[in-house]
Design a protein around this ligand. Structure first.
Ligand code: AHM
Ligand code: MG
Length: 335
């Protein structure tokens, strides 16, 4: 039931029983993400004011230049989750390897691992365009009380127990699912409280937005090229509208609310696309499906892919179900 002026804290407590394997641990986990997100939000919002933007001079594991705020967000989320001893392991897009928490201390009974992209869309930071945080939660596979192993992180998306994103946009929102629909909470920055502003988010049945970096057009597979021509054709409810922010969180957020498809396909330069299966595609796929949409790699369901490494990439098609299905039909022709 949706209550007026319900805060995220109240919502978490009220819905605790609905969580799988409920023990309060997952609630505490969402709570600490909420807290870290506030701290990061504060920093992101003053990015233009202080000397905090710009590259820090290091490259991350994918060989990309890191921005200072990436580093800051990474530290904050890891610190919050580690200090509060809520999870037994963390993997971050910004870290080469996973971090073991369980095993450092005796009697550590935590059963969840978190995978996180602390600040996605970082090329947008310097120009005051929305960025986001993406997180994904799994129950560990290995025995409770022992140090986590790679096996605990390389689980298919269909094993997620929770996933969400924070969008640092014109307002800051935390949107998450635990498998019972998607709910969005907007931060009131004056008092630091998130309120349930978007209960039970669902894609409209039809969409008319397509989001893709068309600068790479010549490198796209023929199926994607043909689908784009289809989107642009003057027929029926087309042409569709092109909208691409270049921040996955914001592009997906807008498309859930307005109806649309997001595509980051394979390209001749990057045959596996750009986005990471574990930190970006799986959590987004879970949210998209919970909002009534569909997410695939062009041929198969994203959440059924068995990951083989922490930082692997995958082509990504996500959005309004009928639009993703149309795109898949074009892909199928050239399989
Ligand atoms: P990042 O994790 O390095 O920030 O990269 C991910 C971002 C997504 O948010 C966005 O959708 C995509 O990269 C944009 O890539 P491109 O600039 O190639 O269009
Ligand atoms: Mg990212």
């Amino acid at each position: 039931m949706v209550k007026k002026n319900q805060t995220l804290g109240e919502f978490i407590i009220e819905n605790q029983e609905a969580f799988k394997y409920s023990s309060g641990e997952l609630s505490r986990l969402i709570n600490s993400i909420r807290l870290a997100a506030k701290v990061v939000n504060h920093e992101v919002n003053k990015a233009g004011l202080v000397d905090i933007t710009g590259a820090v001079g290091e490259t991350n594991v994918q060989g990309e230049e890191q921005q200072k705020l990436d580093v800051y967000a990474n530290e904050k989320f890891i610190q919050t989750l580690t200090n509060r001893e809520i999870v037994c392991g963390i993997a971050s897009e910004e870290e080469d390897d996973f971090i073991t928490i369980c095993g450092q201390k005796e009697n550590h009974q935590n059963k969840y691992v978190v995978l996180i992209d602390p600040l996605d869309g970082s090329s947008n930071i310097d120009v005051n365009v929305s960025v986001g945080t993406i997180f994904s939660v799994y129950r560990r596979k290995t025995k409770i009380g022992t140090p986590v192993t790679l096996e605990d992180f390389l689980q298919p998306g269909n094993a997620q127990v929770a996933a969400g994103y924070i969008v640092y946009g014109t307002s800051t929102m935390l949107v998450y699912t635990t498998g019972h629909g998607v709910n969005g909470f907007t931060l009131n920055p004056a008092i630091g409280t998130y309120y349930l502003s978007h209960p039970n988010m669902k894609f409209p049945e039809k969409g008319n937005i397509y989001s893709i970096n068309e600068g790479n057009y010549l490198q796209f597979p023929q199926g994607v090229k043909d689908y784009l021509k289809y989107c642009q054709a003057e027929e029926g409810d087309r042409p569709y509208t092109s909208r691409y922010i270049g921040s996955l969180v914001s592009d997906i957020h807008r498309n859930i609310l307005k109806g649309g498809i997001y595509i980051y396909p394979s390209t001749s330069k990057n045959p596996k696309g750009k986005l990471r299966l574990l930190y970006e595609c799986n959590p987004m796929a879970y949210l998209v499906e919970q909002a009534g949409g569909k997410a695939s790699d062009g041929y198969q369901r994203i959440m059924d892919i068995k990951p083989s490494s922490l930082h692997e990439r995958v082509p990504f098609f996500a959005g309004t179900t009928s639009m993703v299905e149309d795109a898949e039909k074009f892909m199928e022709k050239y399989k």
